[in-house]
Design a protein around this ligand. Structure first.
Ligand code: GCW
Length: 703
């Protein structure tokens, strides 16, 4: 059946801000008749415009604009400073900080009114987006009494975007930053990007790749950066840049980048002054140093703290921060790669300046479909630790596979580090509650590009959305977020919401199953990381191969990280370490992450490990087949353009899941020498066939 909304052509550009018309009954019940909101600052203007746009589209009728409340059904927005009416209400706005807000049903001037009140314009903007979300998701506007404030201070996207618009690990077109035409041409996309981010509370963006080019710090580029900052500012967003540690040599003509060299320190101070003269609210620098070939303080025998502090001192007079990445592993170090960041950084705890955050990936290896939480969370109590999640799906099927990462984020945030007893969750480490840090943050490696639908696929928009919502409140449920997103992105109809949310919630586990379950990791093909490659060995470094990580041999499989092995388990607090050290207590989802076990190891369900692994591959493929069938059943309930693309991508995913399954089984069977469990179909081709496949132009191949 075609309804009015499914008849609209949709290409995904509007994201979750489609403001699709509400049904007549809902529109009549929730209609805002009058809008009273200030319009004196850029943020106020942005807020008012968004409300007008949203309210008009949702209800079909534009609200009247007024300076005071004249009728029932009014919406009053502002701060005590911007609105005498709000000041007169004497609302309790304490504890909301600069970004929080209240939404209240009240009687103003004798009229039923919805009030969005905050301490700052940005808070009122966030509150307005929240109100629009209530309307979009079909909530009643009665008896509202909402108090919201973000749990984390810095909620930023990391764009791995190069200045030539190549996006490292990007699967959605080119960089949205059109550097060549900047600053003269401000693509309207920048505004829509900022709107989308503000709607979920993201308040910062690192514009360029952590594998940084120093040129972004030259005057020509800083002018372009300032132009972007000008657009983002109206939506409460700050810009940050990735700083290349050797910039003083590359663009400053110095002979060294030694952080203890006075000339180098002067250079960075002058550079910071120059940046802030152009961008007074510049956020600061993100740095990847001494990692995967990037320059850093260790090139001069200095520590990560020396490097971070030197930059922190340059930024401090202006209020900027340094986000120093902990994603480091040495190319000589024979130590288990999973242990290296912890070994490097824990001794530096307490040695960083106040305006430094150490940014830690969610797990100790690298954004795999499943990893245990990084042991640095809880391991550096004196240092604010920032979470780094990947939103782009480097290891979860690029943009064609449907994999909702909300459950992955949730699993990590909810993980209990036990460092201060039970309840010491990763969420409470990063929100500062556990160790009393006020400077807190979270970063997501963006999946945004020049594709019309921004993220490469319609469902990948949900990962951007979920990241933002969890950045605001890391204790939200990923299912609730999926419901919200589905209602706004597709429809409020339960016949759409239930199946779509069901698909989303099962999707990440499906990817885990068909790429390698039970704690397997880093088994993808080399370089571009597209498709299976459990056979990958040799090359420049052992810890870039698959065999290093799965360690499969005739006897068994898995990386022994117990006390008898690499002892990575001891980097966790004792109650956690004991569990991970004990094969009978380790959650089976992490079995092969922490243990090398015989192929015949008995799983909790009584099956052998080998049989279970094979059945998991099948389970993953079957889950994709089910998603496809579910989606096919939604034909006619979703607009045809988006429905068709999702359907085509699911077909790709099914074929690739089968490929992952077949190739992986072929490889592991060549090692285990065991027969497939009864009833399991053999793989379609020989192992040699899968090993010979090459993808010379797959995204990520050339860089
Ligand atoms: O995930 C890996 C990627 C690299 C990336 C690196 C990092 C930006 O394969 O492309 O480089 O991690 O996070 O620094």
């Amino acid at each position: 059946m075609m309804t009015a909304s499914t008849a609209r052509a949709e290409d995904g550009y509007d994201l979750w801000l489609r403001y699709a018309p509400l049904g007549a009954a809902t529109a009549a019940e929730t209609r805002i008749r009058e809008l009273v909101s200030p319009d004196d600052t850029p943020v106020q203007t942005a807020t008012r415009r968004e409300l007008q746009r949203g309210l008009r589209a949702l209800s079909g009728i534009a609200p009247a604009r007024a300076d005071r409340v004249n009728r029932d059904g009014a919406l009053l927005v502002g701060t005590p400073a911007s609105s005498p009416l709000i000041a007169g209400l004497d609302l309790d706005l304490e504890g909301l900080g600069e970004e929080g807000y209240r939404i209240r049903s009240a009687v103003v001037g004798g009229h039923a009114t919805t009030v969005v009140a905050a301490n700052s314009d940005v808070g009122a903007l966030y509150g307005s987006f929240h109100l629009l979300r209530l309307l979009q998701t079909g909530q009643p506007l009665e008896d509202l009494d909402i108090r919201e404030a973000p749990r984390l201070a810095l909620r930023v996207l990391n764009h791995w975007d190069d200045l030539d618009r190549y996006v490292e690990r990007g699967y959605s077109g080119q960089s949205i930053w059109d550097w060549h035409r900047l600053p003269g041409w401000l693509d309207p996309r920048y505004t829509d990007y900022a709107r989308a981010n503000a709607s979920i509370g993201i308040n910062g963006a690192v514009l360029n790749n952590v594998n940084a080019n120093a040129e972004v710090l030259t005057p020509m580029y800083l002018e372009k950066v300032a132009a972007i900052a000008g657009v983002l500012r109206s939506y409460g967003m700050k810009v940050y840049l990735s700083a290349r540690f050797s910039a003083p040599m590359e663009i400053g003509g110095l002979a060294t980048a030694d952080p203890l060299d006075a000339g180098v320190q002067r250079w960075w101070r002058a550079k910071a002054d120059e940046v802030y003269a152009l961008i007074p609210d510049f956020g600061g620098f993100l740095v990847k140093a001494n990692s995967e070939g990037q320059p850093g303080p260790q090139d001069y025998g200095r520590s990560h703290a020396d490097g971070a502090n030197m930059l922190a001192d340059a930024l401090a007079p202006h209020g900027g921060v340094v986000m120093w990445r902990a994603f480091v592993y040495s190319d000589e170090e024979p130590v288990d790669r999973a242990k290296q960041a912890y070994n490097e950084f824990v001794p530096l705890d307490g040695r960083f300046r106040d305006n430094v955050l150490v940014q830690v990936k969610n797990g100790p290896i690298d954004f795999q479909p499943r990893e245990p939480f990084h042991p640095l969370f809880g391991g550096m109590p004196k240092t604010p630790l920032m979470m780094e999640f990947q939103i782009t799906k480097e290891y979860l099927g690029f943009s064609t596979h449907l994999a909702y990462k909300g459950p992955l984020y949730e699993e990590v945030l909810d993980a209990d580090t036990h460092v201060r007893g039970p309840g010491s969750t990763v969420a409470r480490v990063i929100d500062g509650a556990l160790d009393g840090h006020a400077l807190t943050g979270i970063a997501g490696v963006a999946n945004i590009g020049s594709d019309r639908n921004w993220s490469g696929s319609h469902f990948d928009q949900a990962n951007w959305y979920a990241f933002g919502r969890l950045a605001w409140n890391p204790e939200l449920s990923s299912r609730d977020i999926a419901v919200e997103w589905t209602r706004m992105t597709f429809a409020n109809d339960p016949a759409v919401v239930e199946p779509v949310v069901g698909m989303m919630m099962a999707s990440r586990e499906a990817v885990v199953d068909y790429t390698g379950a039970l704690g397997l990791h880093h088994v993808m093909d080399r370089g571009h990381h597209y498709g299976p490659g459990p056979w990958v060995e040799g090359g420049p470094r052992a810890d870039w191969t698959s065999v290093y990580f799965h360690r499969a041999d005739a006897n068994g499989i898995g990386f022994d990280r117990t006390r008898r092995g690499s002892d990575a388990v001891s980097q966790y607090a004792p109650p956690v370490a004991e569990i991970f050290d004990d094969v009978t207590r380790t959650p089976e989802k992490f079995l092969l992450w922490f243990h090398h076990v015989p192929w015949g190891h008995t799983m909790r369900n009584g099956r052998s490990l080998w049989d279970e692994l094979v059945l998991r591959y099948d389970r993953g493929v079957n889950a994709v087949r089910d998603m496809r069938a579910t989606w096919a059943g939604l034909d006619g309930r979703i607009d045809p353009e988006r429905h068709a693309q999702v359907a085509a991508f699911l077909a790709i995913q099914q074929a690739e899941a089968q490929w992952w399954r077949d190739a992986s089984i072929a490889y592991f069977q060549s090692i285990s020498g065991l027969p497939l469990p009864a009833g399991v179909a053999p793989q379609a081709h020989t192992l040699e066939h899968y090993k010979a496949l090459e993808f010379p132009h797959a995204p990520g191949d050339t860089q």
